[in-house]
Design a protein around this ligand. Sequence first.
Ligand code: BGC
Length: 884
Amino acid sequence: MPQLRPIDLRCEHLATAYGLNTSIPRFGWGLEGDGQDQRQTAYRLIVTDVETRKVLWDSGKVFSDNTLLIPYGGAPLPSDAVLDWTVEVWDEVDQATMSIPARIFTGLHSEDWQAEWIARYFVLPAGREVPVDNAYDNRWQARPADYLRRAFAAPEVPVRATLYVTALGLYETYLNGKRIGDHVMAPGWTDYHRRVEYQVHDVTDLVQDGENILGAILGEGWYSGRVGHNQRRAGNHYGGRPALFCQLHLHFADGSSMIVASDAQWQTRQGPICYSDFLMGEMYDARLERCDWATAPGLQAGWQPVEVFTPDPRAPKLDAARVQPAREVARLPAKFLHLAQNGAAIFDLGQNIAGYCELTVTAPQGARFTLRHAEVLDGTELYVANLRHAVATDIFIAAGKGQETFKPRFTFHGFRYVEITLPEGLALEAISLAGIAIQTDTPVTGEITTGHPMVNQLLSNIFWSQRDNFLSVPTDCPQRDERYGWSADAQVFWKTAGYFMDVSAFLTKWMVDLEDGQSPDGAFPDVAPTKPLNPYRLTPQPGAPAWGDAPIIMAWDHWLRYAHRDFLARHYPAFQAWMDHIGRPNPDFIRRNAVYNNYGDWLSVGPASDRTLVATAYWHRVADLMARIAETLGNATDAARYTQLSRSIAAAFRTEYLDHNGCLTGDTQTAYLLALDFGLLPEEMRPIAASRLVDLIEAADGHLQTGFLGVRHICPVLSDNGAARLAVDLLLKDTYPSWGFSIAQGATTIWERWDGWTPERGFQSVNMNSFNHYAYGAVGEWIWSRIAGIDWARSQAGYREIAFRPLFDSRLGHCRASYQAHVGTVSSYWTMQDDGTVDWRITVPPNCSGRIEPPAGWTGVDPLAVVGSGTHDYRLKKRQIEVE
Ligand code: BGC
């Protein structure tokens, strides 16, 4: 008897919710089964308090096939509670299966907080201990990390202990000397003047009867360290010193409880982290370690009282983390390559990552190790000019106590190569080195390979550029003095990102940042969080076309992928404000005004596209999406209004930019791409535009010329307009400019520029040349949705209906793709046989249907056949074209 099983339980998009920001959390699960045409006919959700075993909500048996975002319907949830929830599902023969339980930490309500913000008193300069000429001095005035501690007595071992903690800056916490949790770069980046996310840790096992020591280490991070490229205001964007805010809740067997909070009873001093800064690096002097700082109860010497204070300009709002924490996600062995000219040893991780090194040494006391990081080599040397002002250097000074391991805590670098300067007389054998990649721990959801090694490397490069740049916010790059959440980069990449990883929680959090960055007059920002980009402005720098439009575009992708209607509703007023902001100054429907830093088709090669044309096309795009969003939200009036707006823009666009021969102003690839993909052309002009696009590619010797904006559309538009073969040609090109060109040069991540390095000209400008920018990786969505052929159908959001639309091409040999959607796992495997036939197997999760769209000219399956859940096999043949 086939079984239907609930899997992948999520509350507010998280496998475990660590704190809730809502009184009505939403539950979702996927389904797996081993039969055909399986359906959920009913579900039952039960939420139980783990401690009291009290059932807080029992939905009863609900006859519904829904599995996504079902709202909690019980009495108000208690704060500081730990809950388990289960779902039981029934199939079409009324057979029931129960899930394994998932956990929720409810977090604290605003009135539960008793903690105070605490920090080290300001001592000038730069917060040092007694001024002496020692290791704390550094020319960037990066601060030493602050160590904080507080002793408390527990009357007995608690039955439950939960730590609620956050910081302005970065923190790690310890209980009785043991590190709490495995998060890195916590609490992540938000606009700290408005809000900060707190984290929740179950520390029951760490509390002991009697004396306990709760400790924390604070670093600067995004709060007071260097972020961005502005050298006149490099750091201190939110404040001048890090601060801690925490509350430990202990519950005892007799029902009593106690709270230990950050307050005036804490003490602080400095330790072995002489400074730490994202851009500069970290210096660690192991001779200054105080091993007992987080264990010894009576320790007083050298410790000073903390200052209790209210952060400027106001205490931030405390939100539970909406997103998974950042963690160490991969460890890469470092291979020794050669000695550099200065005698330092150069190591290679074989992969460009964001993270840091772990260095293990046996060395005498005071032995100093300097680690420099770079993405690429220039001959035998590290190439660091493209890091601009990022020094990206870590220093470790050994204590001389046998084998010692150093790993920085509060910095990260974008790098593949490491140069280590060893102390005199120390042989290379005395050290071992590994690279550690970090990222926000968004679950990996996609696996995809083809029979083409270069395409597989491209897929890997896209995956790694996503991994390396998804650190609390989606950043442009992880290496130079920038690392902002640039919104157009993210928007063009968002559909791609959603295949490789579950980005539902990640966008839920970042959309709050984007909205926090919206100006009072409705302008969405260029980057979010906004502060460091333009520190002289009192309001955030308003977004350029395609940048400021990003929230609406990503929200629509988010809807189609995850069917999260409440998300659209929550942000709808902000979207409307943006539409008004760009609409008001452009009464003739050409987007000439309110375009700010109008970047255009950023970093395109070949003729530049007309920026006003690009801006207007994007305006049409967001007007069209707003009509769909309004319709999804049941707002017919707005839907009609935005439809009318999009029509007016399209009409103005044609009048302004389209001539009688079907040529667009500027005659660039991107102009045709946007016009075709955004639906700006009259039906009869589409084939003309498509053929002009093909001509332009041919005139460029078969190459693309698009920048960040055009790149997303080129392969999809070609394959939707009868030129699928040309799209695959572009994918497989390895001459400049192409994806393959960077791979031929050894790229392991996506380059920011098509010509980041060329044999003729060497490196591009040192002013802007990252080797780890995901924007051009936006081709990933087409590989997933068209080569593998796994796409959402617009008819039913959330992959309830899946469009299977593969492209078979003998040059690729095969494509095997599996995507874990929120509803369950979708897969598509095709292999081309030697005789040119194709074996194609697809899997549709229970509850869902698949619409089969074989490529034009292939027989063996009815085009537009609709199939139910389960596995389906097809053998397809290309129809012979009759030649007269
Ligand atoms: C960033 C880009 C960004 C652009 C805006 C660059 O400095 O690295 O990724 O979108 O500026 O023009």
